[in-house]
Design a protein around this ligand. Structure first.
Ligand SMILES: Cc1cc2nc3c(=O)[nH]c(=O)nc-3n(C[C@H](O)[C@H](O)[C@H](O)COP(=O)(O)OP(=O)(O)OC[C@H]3O[C@@H](n4cnc5c(N)ncnc54)[C@H](O)[C@@H]3O)c2cc1C
Length: 507
């Protein structure tokens, strides 16, 4: 039995790989799949082109995995393609290095006519100097996490959600069990090996092995817009930096990102100044960005491995990954960590980890995840006359009731409450339905969590239609529904914020 700590892309990937090799696995997560960075990212299935100059190993891994994932997980991937655009202000020298890098990594690139690019994508700047097509794609993170979980469970695996691993037990220097704290107290899970796939928390888990690892954490800010303005991923053709990617996700667009070093696995509250800076950077590629309807801002924390130690900035730390056998250092036998990497490379990270773990267990079973497709998510049929509970995302009751999960799992599976109204009208209806089906769950607390998360995302981008939506939401919540503290929208702390003004951005 192997315990995998962390139900993000990496942990679920490791668990599925081991399960398909016939190893019994239990995945333990302090919350639910996607609680960490795997639920807070751009959604870009990298072609690798972004890293060809600065991080060629990561670039090659990304391209190989991009091609593989299209074949084994087509349900979770939109094959949009991507473009790299150099504006007249960007360094032409970098373009030459980039073309050579793509060639070395074997990434197919097609030159596009800059004038045709602007005609095709009128939101882009008119100052396009050159542009290229690359095989970028869009990865539906929550869908892929659900597919991975389903496969783990179908192969005799177990998922222990809402349990935080707090201790590792050893006998004669070998791992024998882990202790995890859950809603009903502590549980102990016996095992022969433990894999630490705890993302930004991997440093804290490695401390439980008494073998610290040098993590470099940094958070990135992303802004979500309520339009799909580009049918392709748009990258700025320059050395990777802030605010240089637009990713279309179904009917929305994500602008990202930033890179701020920090010590905590949880990103700090978003500051207005960093939102305005990201908008300024985005405007360099999309001059009319202020006319896009903003939805929310959110952050994710990069779990990078700083093997050299003490990198000054996160951009200096490789996006490559590292599998650590702690027994070879100071830790007990049977303790492993997998850190760094990208969502795009999770399968490869899992393969390398499972190779080492099975070798330790004396099991000789090859990896099959490059060939065996993931089980697609079931498509729920519903009658066209059935009303939607969430009008923004078009989610009906029968779609929701088909999912055996918590309120937040309903949300990540269907995207209810994630559209323009951010749950103003649907959150109560869906919570009531969930409560009727799962009366033992604390629906009030789940609704409060949902509200807190949505509000946290709306407040930093409180201008234009989003500010009006927020005021309406406050009125509906606190006046019409008398939810919680009966404050009225006019007194809401969010609307009273003195918002720093910036050209083109007004309340
Ligand atoms: C801003 C940003 C944008 C990004 N964009 C992209 C992109 O477009 N494309 C791409 O390929 N990659 C992208 N990445 C990188 C990618 O998202 C991450 O590399 C990847 O999601 C990390 O997954 P993980 O499973 O290792 O970590 P996580 O997803 O963080 O999973 C770790 C899990 O461990 C659990 N855990 C932690 N401690 C414990 C404990 N003690 N007990 C139990 N459970 C525990 C957590 O709850 C969490 O669920 C981005 C990253 C950032 C920050």
């Amino acid at each position: 039995m192997v315990v995998v700590i962390g139900a993000g892309a990496t942990g679920l990937g490791v668990a599925r790989d081991l399960a398909l090799r016939g190893v019994k696995v239990t995945v333990v997560d302090q919350w639910e799949p996607g609680f960490g960075t795997s639920g807070r990212f751009h959604g870009l299935l990298h072609s690798g082109a972004r890293y060809v100059v600065t991080d060629p190993t990561a670039a090659e891994d990304c391209y190989r995995e991009n091609t593989l994932l299209r074949a084994v997980a087509p349900d979770a991937i939109e094959q949009t393609g991507g473009i790299f655009v150099r504006s007249e202000d960007d360094d032409p020298g970098f373009e030459q290095a980039w073309l050579k890098g793509c060639d070395r990594a074997g990434i197919p690139v097609t030159a596009l006519d800059p004038r045709a690019v602007h005609q095709r994508y009128p939101d882009l700047t008119t100052r396009v100097a050159s542009a290229y097509w690359v095989p970028d794609g869009v990865l539906e993170g929550f869908h892929l996490l659900q597919m991975l979980t389903k496969d783990v469970l179908a192969h005799d695996g177990t998922l222990l959600s809402k349990h935080r691993v707090t201790a590792i037990q050893t006998v004669n220097g070998r791992v024998t069990s882990v202790s995890a704290q859950g809603p009903n107290g502590e549980v102990e899970v016996g095992c022969d090996a433990v894999v630490n796939a705890a993302g930004p928390w991997a440093g804290a888990v490695a401390d439980l092995f008494e073998d610290p690892i040098p993590m470099h954490l940094s958070y990135g800010l992303m802004i979500l817009f309520a339009h799909r303005k580009f049918p392709v991923v748009v990258n700025r053709l320059k050395s990777p930096g802030d605010g240089d990617i637009f990713v279309p996700h179904q009917h929305v667009t994500i602008l990202g990102t930033t890179d701020v070093a920090q010590d905590s696995p949880i990103a700090p509250d978003i500051q207005a100044s960093e939102v305005l800076r990201l908008m300024d950077l985005g405007r360099e590629l999309v001059p009319g960005l202020d006319s896009w309807r903003v939805l929310r801002a959110f952050t994710g924390v990069r779990p990078l491995y700083d093997g050299q130690g003490h990198a000054a900035t996160s951009r200096e730390v490789s996006r490559d990954f590292k599998v650590i056998d702690h027994q070879r250092r100071k830790g007990p036998a049977g303790s492993f960590s997998v850190v760094g990497g990208k969502w795009t490379t999770f399968r490869l990270m899992a393969e390398r980890t499972a190779d080492i773990v099975t070798q330790y267990l004396g099991i000789s079973a090859p990896c099959v995840t490059a060939q065996v497709p993931l089980t697609p998510r079931p498509v729920t049929s519903f009658s066209a006359s059935e009303p939607y509970l969430c009008e923004c995302e078009k989610v009906s009751a029968s779609q929701l009731t088909a999912i055996d999960g918590s309120l937040s799992e309903w949300r990540t599976a269907t995207w209810f409450a994630m559209g323009p109204c951010q749950g103003t009208f649907c959150a109560h209806r869906v919570t009531a339905l969930h409560h009727a089906l799962f009366p033992s769950e604390d629906s009030g607390a789940a609704l409060q969590d949902l509200r807190a998360e949505r509000t946290k995302g709306m407040l930093p981008v409180l201008w234009g239609a989003n500010a009006r939506e927020y005021a309406l939401q406050q009125a509906v919540r606190f006046q019409t529904l008398a939810e919680g503290d009966p404050q009225w929208a006019g007194n809401s702390p969010g609307l009273k914020n003195s918002w720093p003004s910036s050209e083109g951005v007004t309340l």
